[in-house]
Design a protein around this ligand. Structure first.
Ligand code: BJW
Ligand code: ZN
Length: 244
């Protein structure tokens, strides 16, 4: 299985990767739906919907600041680094991620499509104001601020630039992801439960267009039934074996 997968990758013409929270688990970032995952401690409806934010912005901001602190300390792991190496080798054409943790970029990948936003970006709830806290150098100050974050342009409430349930995905990113999926002859699916749509259509589109799907996950997922090769295991060591 491992050898077959390695061969498919080595001979691919347009390899893409589709990643979820599981690829960052070994960096110390909790997933959502696993044992010990975020949805055990927090209710989705209370922290990851627009209604929740309208009802209790303080709780939602507490949740996202907690995760900002965690993600800020996290480092890319062997799986992120392996994907960066595949891109440098010219094999991997793009990473399509559902993660907001920025670790693919930190690992060195250049072509990263973020479907669910980015933890370091904030946007205004009323005007067009957007800010990347890494670029503006305001991350520390932002985290220390006690009150609710306000827009410097209009004074309205700022919100995390992430995609909550019931919200449309960023149009440009989604279209780019689907186009990449149409072109891909091999797709590595790493660490996602494959339960959240439309993101989870990516591997289906690859299959529909005649591409191969290689999945890496310690457990079966929503994608496993359509995977051509299922490599049962953790992202870090499995990716290392694949590249060895
Ligand atoms: C390891 C590992 C290791 C562990 N190594 N692996 C079609 C059908 C049914 C429902 C819908 C549908 N289309 C839309 C919907 C509704 C809804 C949806 O999908 N619901 C389903 C859950 C039922 N979708 C939406 O609402 C989306 N919006 C939308 O459809 O808008 C339509 C619209 C159009 C026009 C106007 C208005 C609306 C939006 C979805 C947004 C999801 N947002 C979140 C939060 C993002 C910000 C944040 O991070 O806080 O995204 S929810 C959460 O789930 C997050 C993730 O990106 C996403 C996916 O989770 P992921 O990454 O798969 O993590 P887990 O925890 O589920 O799985 C981890 C996996 O890793 C497991 O398999 C482990 O085994 C594995 N693992 N250790 C390798 N070491
Ligand atoms: Zn504003």
């Amino acid at each position: 299985m491992m050898e077959e997968a390695a061969k498919l990758i080595a001979h691919s013409r347009f390899l893409i990767a589709f990643t979820g929270a599981g690829i960052s688990a070994e960096s110390g970032i909790p997933t959502f739906r696993d044992k010990g995952g975020l949805w055990e401690k927090y209710r989705v409806e209370e922290v990851a919907t627009p209604e929740a934010f309208r009802r209790n912005p303080r709780l939602v901001w507490e949740f996202y600041k907690m995760r900002m602190r965690l993600m800020k300390e996290a480092k890319p792991n062997r799986a992120h680094l392996a994907l960066a190496e595949l891109e440098k080798m010219g094999l991997l054409k793009a990473v399509i991620t559902q993660n907001i943790d920025n670790l693919h970029r930190e690992a060195g990948n250049k072509n990263v499509v973020e479907l669910h936003g980015n933890i370091y970006r904030v946007k205004c709830t009323s005007c067009a104001y957007r800010e990347n806290l890494l670029d503006s150098g305001r991350l520390e100050e932002f985290l220390e601020e006690e009150g609710l974050p306000k827009c410097p342009e209009c004074g309205s409430l700022l919100r995390p630039d992430v995609v909550w349930f019931g919200e449309p995905l960023p149009q440009e990113a989604l279209q780019k992801a689907f186009k990449l999926a149409e072109r891909a002859d091999v797709c590595l699916v790493i660490g996602t439960s494959g339960q959240v749509f439309p993101a989870a259509y990516v591997p289906y589109i690859v299959k529909e267009n005649g591409g191969y799907v290689i999945e890496i996950n310690p457990r079966e997922s929503g994608i496993t039934p359509i995977a051509d090769i299922f490599l049962k295991g953790f992202a870090g060591e499995t990716m290392e074996h694949l590249l060895a």
